[in-house]
Design a binder for this molecule. Sequence first.
Ligand code: TEU
Ligand code: CA
Length: 551
Amino acid sequence: MTQNQLGGKVVYQIYVKSFQDSNGDGIGDLPGITSRLDYLAGLGVDYLWLTPIYPSPQRDNGYDVANYRAINPEYGTMQDFETLCAEAEKRGIRIMLDMVFNHTSTDHEWFRRAIAGEQKYLDYYIWKDGVPGTPPTNWESKFGGSAWQWEEHVGKYYLHLFDRTQADLNWENPEVRQELFDILHFWEDKGVRAFRFDVVNLISKPDAYTDDNAGDGRRFYTDGPRIHEYLKLLNARGFGKCADVVTVGEMSSTSLENCVRYTDPAEGELSMVFSFHHLKTDYKNGDKWQLEPNRFGELKGLLDKWQLGMQAKHGWNAVFWCNHDQPRIVSRFGDEGQYHDVSAKMLGTAIHMLRGTPYIYQGEELGMTNAHFTDIRQYRDVESTNRYHILKEQGMPDEEIYAILGARSRDNGRTPMQWDGSARGGFTTGTPWLAVNPNTDTINAAAEAADPDSVLNYYRRLVALRKEYPVIQSGLYAPVEPGNPNVYAYTRTLGDETLVVACNFYAEPARVTLPAPQGQDARLLIGNWPEQPFAPHMTLRPYEAVVYRFA
Ligand code: TEU
Ligand code: CA
């Protein structure tokens, strides 16, 4: 698919476990998704990215895959999957599957046969000599603790960049690569034409394993030595033969230079990438577990840098605020109180007018907020529960830990979808696997569908505008007032058409100076406050967003 075509698409992410339960067991499932397709078609989205749907012990909610060619029985059957695909297709929607190819669950047959001593499968993973208690290097797992686990049956350590039940695959081994490409073929034979590749820039490990004296080890394996070679192989052998396949790589701690190469069509690697630099401007010293007010200037600088850098060199961004690993954006950069709705709409505007392919994460289109749990027993996420214990051991008082988890835990983004105002939000008739946010009584799809001024109806318009205006799909991006301390503004230009976008990120009125193309009329395409006419010097109201089109 060309970048101009990608610019006309919108992807909706479904966290399967939390979207819609159909059988009362408290766990979202595939028939549940099928039952909500009309809602998704009404939003106007083109692709549904489903987080992993495969059998898994669920230590990391499916990112620990035990079998890549089947459906987790909790989520349904292969027949349910085929029904979902067919019903989606009737509505012009395609399914995007999540491929976790950096690691498998230690419950996967390959790992089991490895520890049973089969050499073929030992070579599927990364083993290093050592003695118990002294790991081969000081690398840290992204979920806390060492990245190495002693395996007594083998008498060696294996590498796990994530949980100890997520063993890293050995991409150096051509048999491993072929196995993974064959898995893509299996799903392509079922008609799947879109894939998201989990942490795919971590698959190429260094030749030598040495201590990292300046960090957690990531500099040795992030965008690793053979990464471009592997992605070219993945493309050529895995999906390159399918026409119109769409791929997105999740890139952990990556660089702009690498992302240009990952997505330039001439390189033959991926369609687009997720990068996360713009979601770390409220981390202190890069540490997610230390709270700090958002550095707005840095956020703007990063958005400008990635928009300009990618467009200058044929790169293509996935543009987004939210996913299942991030807190809710309205709680983070917006307002949960009096400005809830306007701030949610402003944040949506800032993303949806950008160059790239926008992603909407379930519930974002409703303005869903963080969960703010206050008891560790309410948390389910392995990263959050690990961190709780680490902070506790450091002597941090509970109150402080809950303030951190309440702002940063991945479970904030994972509470069940709020379909209606009933106690369980219409998500389930049983006990939900993770508590429903009590604010489902006011923030929910049923109420918002009935309110023309809701966040949901605003998101519908944002999606519809992208379909209608080529300038949104493929116009050139240029920053406006990069030094403005309160307003993020930019233009998009295509031929003699110009869009002027301005977003006030604060609860106080803010001044902005906007460019006014000569001899053309300005029309407000969308805004989140009662309309004010365009002027070169404007005062934006709290969290106001405006998009003017000059033509
Ligand atoms: O996440 C990769 C990743 O590095 C982060 O988003 C990570 O979860 C976060 O930084 C921790 O603070 C992907 C998946 O999206 C995530 O859900 C999985 O847990 C992870 O890979 C392992 O498969
Ligand atoms: Ca269920």
